[in-house]
Design a protein around this ligand. Structure first.
Ligand SMILES: NC(=O)c1ccc[n+]([C@@H]2O[C@H](COP(=O)([O-])OP(=O)(O)OC[C@H]3O[C@@H](n4cnc5c(N)ncnc54)[C@H](O)[C@@H]3O)[C@@H](O)[C@H]2O)c1
Length: 300
């Protein structure tokens, strides 16, 4: 298949592009190398065609869709806490860009897409969260923007798989994310600021497993469908700290701080739709994933 990957130079995008190329697909990446974090960390695997441009620009998107048969739409602004401080880029890059892309896809008769939404759309509901649960109480502009983009996908009439991702980690992870930050500070012996009381739970997902789910969601896209890509085994903050200490061989210095606005206490996927529909499950045990991440850092 000839696939357009928006946001293909970012963390998950790089892994997805490599996997598409490895299975013989032709790949074009559309990415504007935004400055949400150091753009020097972004790149496109050899073998993919790169278009540097903005998904909000209809002309750029029209050209990027030429000859394409399917779209993986990852471009967007991530970050729950940052969205509370400065919500505007979330409306533009998560909602506006998705509207522009869907409109251009309809015009170009490109029907198939997988879209990376987020577990944050479930709000503070606890878990396990099912795709059919209400998603109308977002706790951040980021969550609201992902939910809004989902609804535009639903209204498009295209074959869109909405993949709700649950905290993805692995090589090349965005530097601001917990595992990347904790490992970095552990290795330099600095104090690790941790928000909350250690009981918060996250359904961490190894990036290779996420990519496997996205490929299945793309291949089987038919009508509008929503699927959780999370393992259903949330990990407590205290367990994450213990895994980082083990994998780095360091004793951690931790400073506990009050919870941050927008943070939810639990993310927890109900993975049954992913299994029944896509035969997908998260295969990488959490401790093994953290050890592999540290190993990757040390070999760089
Ligand atoms: N990493 C996670 O845990 C996670 C969880 C849930 C959802 N998601 C979603 O998955 C997607 C990928 O996440 P990631 O962690 O790889 O983030 P990332 O920031 O590393 O990648 C996003 C990429 O999109 C590009 N981009 C942003 N706005 C753009 C625009 N208007 N036009 C063109 N390119 C643009 C950026 O330059 C970046 O390379 C995002 O949409 C994110 O919201 C990620």
């Amino acid at each position: 298949m000839h696939v357009l990957v928006t946001g293909g130079a970012g963390f998950i995008g790089q892994h997805l592009v490599a996997a598409l190329l490895a299975r013989g697909d032709r790949v074009r990446v559309l990415d504007n190398f935004d400055d949400a974090y150091d753009p020097a960390l972004k790149s496109v695997p050899a073998g993919a065609e790169l278009v540097r441009g903005d998904v909000c620009d209809p002309g750029v998107v029209r050209a990027a869709l030429r000859g394409v048969e399917g779209v993986c739409h990852l471009a967007g602004r991530a970050g729950v806490r940052e969205s509370i401080v400065d919500p505007e880029p979330y409306g533009r890059n998560n909602v506006g860009a998705t509207i522009t892309l869907l409109h251009a896809m309809r015009a170009a008769s490109v029907a198939r897409m997988v879209f990376t939404s987020s577990s944050s759309v479930y709000g503070a509901a606890g878990g396990p969260s099912r795709e059919s649960d209400p998603a109308d109480r977002p706790t951040s502009p980021y969550a609201a923007s992902k939910r809004a983009a989902e609804l535009f996908c639903a209204a498009s009439g295209l074959d869109v798989t909405v993949a709700r991702l649950f905290t993805v980690y692995g090589p090349g992870q965005r530097p601001g994310m917990a595992i990347a930050r904790f490992v970095r500070l552990a290795r330099t012996g600095e104090t690790i600021p941790v928000y909350g009381d250690g009981t918060s739970l996250r359904d961490y997902t190894w990036v290779g497993d996420t990519v496997d789910g996205l490929l299945r969601g793309l291949d089987r896209a038919e009508g509008y469908r929503v699927v959780n890509l999370g393992g259903g085994h949330p990990v407590a903050m205290t367990e994450l700290l213990a895994a980082v200490a083990d994998a780095t061989g360091r004793q951690l210095k931790v400073r506990w701080l009050p919870p941050q606005p927008g943070d939810v206490p639990v993310t927890h996927a109900d993975p049954r739709v992913a299994w029944d529909w896509l035969e997908w499950r998260a295969r990488t045990p959490f401790r093994e994933g953290v050890a592999r991440y540290v190993d990757w850092l040390e070999r760089r």
